[in-house]
Structures are given as C-alpha cells and as structure tokens.
Write a protein that binds this ligand. Structure first.
Ligand code: PGA
Length: 247
C-alpha cells in the first residue's frame, strides 16, 4: 500500500494545539452538519473538547445532527465507571454539547456478547459510510484507540488483550485502588484508515518518541499509529515538546 505525505502542524503549546484541533472538527461539521465523528477520550483531547464546548456556546458550530461513535472502551466498564472512556466522553463532551442519546453509538463493554458488539459497530459504520473525522491521541507504545502493537492493520472492531504498557500508563485514569481491565474493545485500524479525515494529537515530551515513530519510523503494526501514514491526508498536530523535526 502507498504511504502519503503527512501534514504536521506544530503548535507552540497545548492550548494552541487544542485550538487547532477543535477548528478542524468545527470545519468538518460546518461543511457537513450530519457528520459522523469519533473523538478519543484521554488527557490529550480534553483541551480540544473544551474548545468545542465553547464554540457550541458561542453558536459557532451545531452538533445537533452529528452522529458520535465511541472509539474504544475498557472491557467490563460503562459510562458510570470513573476511568472509562465513556465516563470521560459523557462528562466532558456529550453532556456539555447536549448530544442526544440517539446520536451516541458506543460499545457496550459490559455486554456478555462482545463479538456481537463488534458486529453491531461494524454494521453501523458501514451503514453510515464510515467516519467523517476521527481525532486520536497516541499511546507511548504507538497505540491508537486500543489498536495495540502486533495486532492486525486490516482489523475492524475487535476485543484485544491490552499491552503491558497500555495497562501501566492507563492506571492514571483510575483510582489507585482499581486495577485497569486487562482487555479492551476498539474500532479497528481499517475503520480508522477509512475515515475521511484523520487527526492525531500529541502533547508533551513523553510523546516525543511515539510521534517520531509515527512520522518517520517504519510503517508497521509494531507501532500501530505509523499505519495511519497510508491515509491520504493524515494530519498530526503536535506541540513543540512532542516533536523534533528530522530531515
Ligand atoms: P492520553 O492517552 O491522551 O491520556 O495521553 C493517549 C493514549 O494512550 O491513547
């Protein structure tokens, strides 16, 4: 498969990065009010999400016709569990934006039938014609969503045993008395690659190596984010701490 030139935008700091990322989402929605959107949970998108909420308040964007797709979830957790992706998204994004339940499509990671959840998500995305935009963070191990190192580049939604690094870093989302679940459910790399727009955001020195690998490393599922270089218009928004230019 052919790789393409990636558009890299370097922001001076996290606030500027968040503003740029939000502008990108707003542009997509203003062009296509019924856009299908997927926004990662986690620390990195928080600033962008706050900008989206502010833009909605100011009437600069209207999400009322959009569909929101959940990227991933810890198996066994739902929206009422602090630390879950859905808890984060409901609290920071869906509620402040007044998104209706019918517009929200997330994995039920508490289901006994997780394969069924994957099938439902695959069918839904197929029926919607795929994502219009996905905004992804990047793990220090290069994961995007829960697409972990050494998994399939052509996989759709799936359940996965999480990488040790993911569990170790993921502890930050949970109270210290809670051990993160060992499995995750996630949209697959194939669905991320098929999104019309793909934006990866990274901030801080801790992401430097992951960003370098994404931009300049070998394209391989050893570093899942690198696979996104197959996307014709991948945008990577970084701050100066997470990015060193290499010629
Ligand atoms: P973070 O997570 O935004 O909390 O750093 C990114 C990730 O691990 O996917």
């Amino acid at each position: 498969m052919k790789t393409y030139t990636t558009i890299v935008k370097e922001a001076k700091d996290y606030d500027e990065l968040s503003k740029h990322a939000a502008e990108h989402v707003i542009n997509v929605v203003n062009k296509k009010p019924e856009a299908t959107i997927c926004i990662a949970g986690g620390d990195t998108p928080k600033g962008m999400i706050n900008n989206l909420v502010q833009a909605k308040k100011e009437g600069a964007v209207d999400f009322s016709q959009c569909q929101f797709i959940g990227l991933d979830e810890w198996v066994g957790l739902g929206e009422n569990d602090p630390g879950s992706c859905q808890h984060f998204l409901y609290h920071h994004l869906f509620k402040p934006l007044e998104i209706e339940r019918e517009q929200i499509h997330v994995f039920d990671a508490r289901s006994e039938e997780l394969n069924e959840e994957c099938t439902k998500m695959n069918q839904l995305l197929d029926s919607l014609g795929g994502l219009d935009i996905v905004v992804l963070g990047i793990g220090v191990n290069g994961h995007v969503g829960f697409n972990e190192p050494e998994t399939g580049a052509d996989w759709k939604a799936h359940v996965i045993r999480l990488d040790e690094k993911t569990l170790q870093v993921g502890q930050k989302y949970f109270d210290s008395s809670i051990t993160p679940p060992k499995f995750g459910i996630t949209l697959g790399m194939k669905q991320l690659l098929h999104s019309k727009e793909v934006v990866v955001i990274a901030s801080g020195e801790k992401k430097l190596s992951a960003v370098q690998q994404l931009l300049y490393g070998e394209v391989s599922m050893e570093h899942p984010a690198s696979i996104l270089r197959y996307h014709p218009s991948l945008r990577v928004l970084v701050d100066q701490h997470s990015f060193v230019k290499t010629l």
